[in-house]
Design a protein around this ligand. Structure first.
Ligand SMILES: C[S@@+](CC[C@H](N)C(=O)[O-])C[C@H]1O[C@@H](n2cnc3c(N)ncnc32)[C@H](O)[C@@H]1O
Length: 252
């Protein structure tokens, strides 16, 4: 009887010990996962800080930029816009959705000594906010924020919500397009209409920058554009939310 009880206690103790070891190993795995996540997150944030600092220094901002987290374009995407605008000196830039990107592009136009940004904005509150920021930075002459409510836009069999088309002045050709709107929650493939609405007006060697290209919707939009605009060459830049660049060769 005593031997039986001792064996039983021994087995229970071994069982408890094994259970404890199993739990400790689970906690250890969770902690290692959290450590890796923290490392990745701090590397990601550090990269954004470097890009933001680069924007302030290279573009010479003397006043603070609006928020570049959450809804806004990330600093690494803004840096891609700035590098292209400074290198290629586009004269006509059309932007879908206003904000920090409008200030960055307008600052590039100022540094280039020429060029104008036409920023389509569907929300009157943010249109006004971006205009106020442009004024605060002394950049109003380089960018027009055009209040453009979303309206039905039909292409093929489908209908989207897209910026009313007649707010843009009759531009001869567009050298650069930055697409960061309308927001995703305005509909499926919300930014697709930028293709049929704006790409036919691209100048030779014109470039299109699409933010958030890592998202499923944006990947589907790119696939559709690839089929409909085969003359555009697609490349990608390593940005946290994804940045696709479509470039027109000389001929449209
Ligand atoms: C992706 S955001 C635009 C980002 C802009 N291109 C920038 O660089 O900041 C798209 C739209 O969200 C709206 N928006 C901007 N800031 C917002 C905020 N803090 N909360 C909700 N909507 C916002 C504006 O109407 C804007 O057109």
């Amino acid at each position: 009887m005593i031997v039986y009880a001792a064996s039983l206690m021994y087995l229970v103790s071994v069982g408890l010990l094994l259970d404890l070891v199993h739990k400790v190993r689970r906690v250890q795995r969770i902690l290692v996962g959290l450590y890796d996540l923290t490392q990745e997150e701090s590397a990601r944030l550090f990269r954004q800080m470097e890009a933001l600092q680069g924007l302030y220094i290279e573009l010479g901002f003397t006043k603070s930029l609006p928020c570049t987290r959450g809804w806004a374009a990330s600093p690494d995407f803004l840096m891609e816009l700035a590098r292209h605008a400074l290198a290629e000196k586009p004269k006509v830039v059309v932007e879908c959705s206003s904000g920090a990107s409008t200030l960055i592009l307008a600052k590039c136009m100022q540094k280039n000594g020429a060029g104008k940004v036409y920023s389509l904005e569907h929300d009157p509150k943010y249109a006004q906010e971006t205009r106020a920021q442009l004024e605060r930075h002394g950049l109003s002459e380089y960018a027009d924020v055009l209040y453009a409510p979303l309206n039905s836009f039909t292409a093929g069999q489908d209908t989207w919500q897209w910026y009313v088309h007649d707010v843009l002045p009759p531009l001869a050709e567009i050298d650069m397009i930055a697409i960061d709107g309308p927001p995703k929650d305005t509909g499926k493939l919300a930014r697709y209409p930028a293709g049929p609405a704006l790409f036919p007006r691209l100048a030779p060697f014109g470039a299109v920058f699409l933010d958030d290209s890592k998202r499923e919707d944006e990947r589907a939009i790119l696939q559709r554009w690839k089929e409909e605009f085969p003359q555009l060459v697609e490349t990608h830049r390593d940005c946290e939310k994804g940045c696709a660049v479509l470039r027109l060769s000389a001929q449209r």
